[in-house]
Ligand binder design. Structure first.
Ligand SMILES: *[C@@H]1O[C@H](CO)[C@@H](O)[C@H](O)[C@H]1NC(C)=O
Ligand SMILES: *[C@@H]1O[C@H](CO)[C@@H](O)[C@H](O)[C@H]1NC(C)=O
Ligand SMILES: *[C@@H]1O[C@H](CO)[C@@H](O)[C@H](O)[C@H]1NC(C)=O
Length: 582
């Protein structure tokens, strides 16, 4: 175990401040605590579910706190794992492709490993059932899975009679990017719908309708890679709910030739029924704009992180205003860097309310559209909040549909909080960062976002990022570096259960469960605990232990010492023995 507390004991404060107070110019590459897989294991901090074979081939995961299960979509198999201990009393459903399906797949010229059922879509369908869709050896299929009511006898069974085509709901190829979200019985999904991967679409499916982006409309989608999707209400009128898709795509230059990759957020109204005469079964409200994540260079040239790797939507008590965390990479061939940017919904909404982007001819530049914009404003929903003049999108004037079709791009991009990343990795030879999940933690001096970042070598980083308003700088504090799998593999999924204070981490080799904190590792001294600056932890008079806000924890407040923002142990532990000479 590598605990970087040497300096606490020896030179104490000055050196620690020097080493760790990293602005963006000097990142803290040394974690407070670094734990190997073996050490995590010996500390009883982790459990790993590996499945039967050499590799699980995890494709997707879903947390179900009501049933206290973690569902895993893998190759040919669905698993239901215990949230308490993932490797204990799991249940599984064998859902392999039949021999004839595999044969058909091989006939189409695919390789054996591709000709299997990779489960890519897993959603809570209703109170008692899940929806699962798999590639079905290049013949997508969907089924419902009975899990029963929460609290009742545990069920996990495939409804045999529910098997149906998964076309438009699951890609053919398991490497194909897909994102889905299910809201009020409707599945929203971004995917390539066809065998050849020519037809990218963002769709909504329910039992009656199929609404999507237009086919072969490169203004709407141009070689997109789908990363995330979420439904977010605008106000209390559910008819104003919007669906947001996060994706990367290629920009288009004057000749229509593919250019650089950009990150986009696209948006539709959840209640969009398409048009009546035109845009039939096509979105009548689709708009998109660019998500920016960049750092200003000293030479005045910004470094852009244009490629979205993962997105995490941190839900709030106010469901209209979640915080959106994007993990980005550079697209440069010479310089590989990563950044995390945070976006607030008011900024996202302002971008969609900005002017529409316009160009006279394909060879012209984009400029803000200065002409008359039809009513109702293109991209707005048919809702009471918008005047109630239209009972549905089918009543929108043709002029509105024509406008939205020719102007799907907004002129204003979405800029991140503080206009800069909250986290940067720019050292050459750094590892690839693949996944992000975020926990909101209440500490004595405010709440903190604890970022969990997955790498390509089985490591999960636990980081906090502290903004200093006075200097407009950001300090990253790398709290822990946890190697969650024995072999180095890319992390493909991270899910947090705040209720259980556990992290569930997926990769091709298995699913690991890791406790979010282990405060005692920081040592038992007041100074050690304070200098750790882990918002989960505080010194309780005896040792470093889990911090609970006043009111939750019964112990007297006097005995809880914590200073996440400054880690000022001299002040906090004044009068206590801080030199380790007990
Ligand atoms: C881990 O758990 C085992 C069995 O419950 C126990 O014997 C061992 O002391 C624990 N290790 C630590 C470091 O807590
Ligand atoms: C959930 O959906 C399944 C499959 O359509 C259906 O059989 C079941 O009755 C539904 N359950 C509830 C609680 O609506
Ligand atoms: C289809 O959906 C509607 C509402 O969206 C619901 O009222 C109806 O019962 C559903 N029909 C079936 C067959 O599930």
């Amino acid at each position: 175990m590598c605990i970087r507390m040497e300096c606490v004991r020896s030179v104490f404060l000055m050196m620690c401040v020097f080493l760790w107070s990293s602005a963006h110019s000097a990142q803290s590459v040394y974690p407070r605590i670094r734990l190997s897989h073996k050490e995590l294991w010996e500390l009883n901090r982790t459990w790993v579910f590996q499945g039967p074979g050499p590799s699980l081939q995890t494709q997707t995961m879903m947390l179900d706190e009501a049933h206290e299960r973690l569902y895993v979509g893998a190759k040919n198999t669905l698993y239901s794992l215990s949230l308490e201990r993932v490797n204990h009393q799991h249940r599984e459903i064998d859902w392999a492709s039949s021999e004839s399906q595999v044969e058909d797949c091989l006939m189409k010229g695919k390789e054996k490993p591709e000709c299997a059922n990779y489960i890519k879509v897993l959603q809570q369908f209703n109170a008692t059932h899940l929806l699962a869709c798999g590639t079905g050896a290049f013949n997508p299929l969907c089924v419902t899975i009975r899990v029963g009511h929460a609290g009742q006898a545990r069920q996990f069974e495939l409804e045999e009679q529910s098997v149906e085509s998964g076309r438009g709901r699951c890609p053919y190829d398991h490497n194909s990017p897909v994102t889905s979200t299910l809201d009020r019985g409707e599945l929203y999904i971004g995917l390539y719908t066809d065998y050849w991967e020519n037809d990218a679409a963002m769709c909504r499916l329910n039992n009656q309708s199929y609404t999507r982006t237009e086919r072969d409309n490169r203004q709407q989608l141009n070689e997109p890679k789908f990363i995330g999707s979420v439904v977010i209400p605008d106000n209390d009128d559910r008819d104003d709910d919007k669906v947001y898709f996060f994706f990367t795509e290629r920009g288009m230059d004057a000749e229509g030739v593919n250019k650089a990759v950009y990150t986009r957020v696209g948006r539709v109204c959840a209640n969009d029924q398409g048009g009546q005469r035109m845009l039939v079964n096509r979105w009548s409200s689709f708009l998109k704009t660019r998500l920016i994540c960049s750092v200003a260079g000293s030479n005045g040239i910004d470094t852009h992180f244009d490629k979205l790797e993962d997105v995490f939507v941190l839900k709030n008590k106010d469901e209209k205003n979640p915080e959106i965390f994007g993990l980005f990479s550079t697209t440069s061939a010479v310089f590989q860097g990563y950044a995390v940017c945070v976006y607030h919904m008011n900024v996202v909404r302002a971008a969609f309310n900005s002017q529409f982007a316009h160009r006279e001819k394909p060879e012209h530049h984009w400029t803000p559209y200065k002409g008359r914009v039809p009513y109702p404003r293109p991209g707005s929903c048919a809702s009471k909040m918008n005047g109630g003049g239209f009972s549905g999108s089918k009543e929108f004037p043709d002029e509105v549909l024509r406008f939205v079709r020719s102007h799907p791009v907004m002129s204003s991009p979405v800029l991140p909080l503080h206009k800069k990343p909250v986290l940067l990795q720019t050292e050459p030879g750094g590892r690839r960062l693949t996944q992000i999940a975020v926990d909101r933690v209440q500490a004595q001096d405010g709440h903190y976002h604890v970022l969990y970042i997955g790498r390509d070598d089985s490591v999960v980083l636990k980081v906090i990022s502290i903004y200093n308003k006075d200097t407009d700088t950001i300090e990253e504090v790398l709290l822990e570096e946890l190697q969650v799998f024995k072999v180095p593999v890319p992390i493909t999924e991270i899910i947090i259960s705040a209720k259980r204070q556990q992290l569930y981490v997926g990769s091709e080799v298995g699913v690991a469960q890791v406790r979010l904190h282990q405060c005692e590792l920081y040592g038992s001294e007041c100074a050690d605990c304070c200098l750790a600056r882990d918002p989960y932890c505080a010194w309780d008079g005896l040792t470093c232990s889990r911090y609970y806000p006043v009111g939750v924890y019964t112990k007297s407040r006097r005995f809880r010492r914590q200073d996440v923002r400054h880690g000022n142990a001299v002040q906090l532990c004044n009068g206590l023995q801080i030199d380790g000479q007990r």
